[in-house]
Design a protein around this ligand. Sequence first.
Ligand code: MG
Length: 442
Amino acid sequence: MDRRDMMKGFGLGAAAGMLGLLRPARGEEAYSKATKGLPPLKITKVKAVLTAPAGIRLCVVKVETSEPGLYGLGCATFNQRPLTVAAAVNEYLDPFARGRDVDCIEDMWQNAYTSSYWRNGPVLNNGLSGLDQALWDIKGKRAGMPVYQLLGGKCRFAVDCYTHCGGNDLKQIEESVKRAMERGFRHIRIQRGGYGSPQLSKRADFKDAGFGLSSDSNMAVRPYVRGAIEMFEHIRSTCGDEVELLHDIHERIPPIEAINLCKQLEKYRPFFVEDPFAPEDNGYFKLLRQQTCVPIAMGELFNSPHEWVGLISERLIDFIRVHISQVGGLSVARKIAALGEWFNVRSAWHGPGDVSPVGHAVNAHVDLAIWNFGIQESVSFNDRTREVFPGCPTMENGYMHVNEAPGFGVGINEELAAKFPLPEDPGYWRPVRRPDGTAVRP
Ligand code: MG
């Protein structure tokens, strides 16, 4: 029964007409009421912009609207497969989204998510994130507010961040940590050389045997584990107990070795140990929890809710560390944060160099607005990046600040962006091998 039949049925047609209840309940009048007089706004174009002002392959999605000059930006950076994301955006999301209402972000997300039927992969999630975040940017601009205001307003004055310190020997790492502390950082991630400390692994038998390529990296388990423990011992004894220390195992050792390492690091009080296992080994977290209370951060490779829901709801991790564009955008991140709040799992969104300045701003807007913020990974943007993306978040005394412009506050100079094309190297994650040549994840 439609509205008119209902009125007829009740014999109230005339009375209702007099009261104005039969005026059209949909269309422009209803829209205008709901948006406080803002004009209807449609998506006219969705496109991927690829640029590499710092030599890192960035992908940003620009959503244009029927209001001339009003556009939104979202991060869709997938450094290892940027061209596939651009194709997903330009060939599929653009025709899907054109003509649709910019205001219905959640509805758009739900329908775009299932528009490929198969879902939860990194390429489509990044494209979807670009669209989703751009719509939040537009909504903020329409409202005349920074996005954190739309999410409930600030829970803190700025975003406490960690920075990266490393080196090939202990003295180098110590000096790097001391410099970061002087710059105001209270949280510092320490790594001994590259992930898994490959420089400590002396034997690369696979290279002598001509297996793989000579550029493939070599990493043995024992030198890394021993080196990581030595590093914590050295930094705690030379840099004091006040500084919070973080470390990323980066999934590179067998799960049982990672559990042993976490137990041995316990006495150095790490703020968190990151990614002890590959996502395929999520089943090991119960054993890890039984063995140690070292705080655990997990999830930068996660794409699907199946990967994080159980870890959060069973209190198996302390920090959820997803890469916001990889999980599908701000709309997903705020739900993850809300889930985490009820289990006291805090946020530690992935924030490396291969997140665009738009993505870093999105991280920060969510960080400002959620109660269960934990810590934020930070980078410093080079001058070229700041010129291509005017309005980048800024760092001061270890805190990240967003500008207070409506939306995410980050724009794009497309002409300048075009002057920094992607490097010719396709950007593969380089193979890492055990001394006998076995491939190491990731
Ligand atoms: Mg990591």
